[in-house]
Every structure is written in C-alpha cells, then in structure tokens.
Write a protein that binds this ligand. Structure first.
Ligand code: G16
Ligand code: MG
Length: 222
C-alpha cells in the first residue's frame, strides 16, 4: 500500500519557475544568449550549475567561461532569485496543493520534498508549508541530478519507506523519469504527451486529490 508522497517543488507546489526565469534571463543576456520559452522549459528540475551550462551552450559560443566566472554568474543568479523568493506568500501556493497536503496528513501519509533547489526550505517557509514536510532532501548530498532516480530514492529512504510505497509528483519530464528510475509511482502535472511516462497525469495541481489519483492508477493497464 502507498504510505508516502514525495513532492517536487517548482511547478508542483509553487510556480518558482517564473522567478528562476526572471533571474536566469538577466544572466542569459550577460553571456550573449537569447532567452526563449524553449530554453526556459529545458531548465525545469535541472540544478543550478547545469542550468547555467545549458544557458551558456545556447549562446554563440564566443567566450569560454572559466570555473570562477561560472561560479560568479551562478552566485549572481541566486542573489537575484533570493530577492524574488523573499516576496513569496501562502497565496503563491499552486491551486489545490494546500488542501491536498491537509488530506494526505489526515490520512496518515508521510510527506517529503524532492526538489533540486538548494533554496527549497526557504521557499516552503515563505509559503507557510514547512510543517507538512517531515523530510526534505538536501540536494547538496546528491551525486546525480534528475532524471537520475537518486533524489526520489533518497526521499523515500528518509521516510523509512521503499520507493514502491511512495507516490512522486512532478511537472517536468526529467522529474517523472527520476521518479520512475527510483521505482516509485509517478504522478505528472501538466501536458499528457510531455509526461507520457508518468503512471497518471493531471492537467493541473487542482486535480490532486487521493480519489483522483486512485481512480487514475486503477484505470491504467499495469
Ligand atoms: C528547481 C527548478 C530549476 C532550478 C533548480 C535548482 O527544481 O526547477 O529550474 O535550477 O530547482 O534551484 P536552486 O538554484 O534554487 O538550487 P525542482 O526540482 O524543485 O523542480
Ligand atoms: Mg518541477
């Protein structure tokens, strides 16, 4: 039986992508990369340094960035991102998420966070959700980023559960792959085609209820 639920943060609990985009687009301009919706989408769930590499790669390749230059750019992005995070409020929680967390708690599910973001605890605090999450994976302890399953395997282990006893909830294809690679049950939020590998997909967080998830999983040929 399912006993735990492992949440992604960006795109599942809060639209922090909007804030990451604001901060990254300034960096993109600096390194001579045109900011596009495609580039923004490719950064979903990707950790900070790999995101920077993708932004630099999308440019004209005229300048080789040293490790020190990259560190400085990443720090600049994060300073800007933190200034934006400081304004987050409980009203920035995505639709239905707060009610779903209440429902999970009432039904005795254990809840953990599996975000690639080093700022995730701070975001949860501003949203007033910290108390729901008994465990938060520290991405600094990981060897591999999503789509590797390590982060979801770790989140399940922190709850003392097997991955197969857990649902993972993700909005990005790389995240759904990470859940599947860990051996947990995957719930996708977003476009059914993009997230075709998820065990069940809902168009938005507003559909996240235990009943909908049970119905979705039961309807699936397994
Ligand atoms: C999030 C975002 C990514 C971001 C990453 C690292 O992942 O989707 O765009 O680059 O966190 O964030 P930070 O720079 O704050 O450590 P997730 O896993 O919450 O979707
Ligand atoms: Mg996400």
């Amino acid at each position: 039986a399912l006993k735990g639920v492992l949440f992604d943060l960006d795109g599942v609990i809060c639209d922090t992508a909007r804030l990451h985009a604001q901060a990254w687009s300034a960096i993109a301009k600096k390194v001579g990369t045109t900011w596009t919706p495609q580039l923004q989408a490719s950064l979903a769930g990707i950790d900070r340094m790999h995101s920077l590499d993708l932004i630099i790669q999308a440019g004209n390749g005229q300048h080789q960035f040293s490790e020190a230059e990259k560190q400085a750019l990443a720090t600049e992005k994060n300073t800007q991102y933190l200034a934006l995070v400081a304004d987050l409020k409980p009203t920035d929680i995505l639709p239905g998420v707060r009610i779903f967390l209440d429902q999970l708690q009432q039904h005795g599910y254990q809840i953990a966070l599996a975000s690639s973001s080093k700022n995730a605890p701070l975001v949860l605090k501003h949203l007033g959700l910290s108390d729901f999450f008994s465990e938060v994976v520290d991405p600094a302890t990981l060897t591999h980023g999503k789509p590797n399953g390590e982060i979801y395997a770790k989140a399940a282990a922190l709850l003392n559960l097997e991955p197969a006893q857990c649902l993972g909830i993700e909005d990005a294809a790389a995240g759904v792959d990470a859940i599947n690679n860990a051996g947990a049950v995957s719930v996708g939020i977003g476009d059914a085609q993009t997230l075709a590998k998820a065990d069940v997909v809902f168009p938005s967080t507003a559909e996240l209820t235990l009943a909908n998830i049970e119905r979705g999983l039961a309807g699936e040929a397994r």
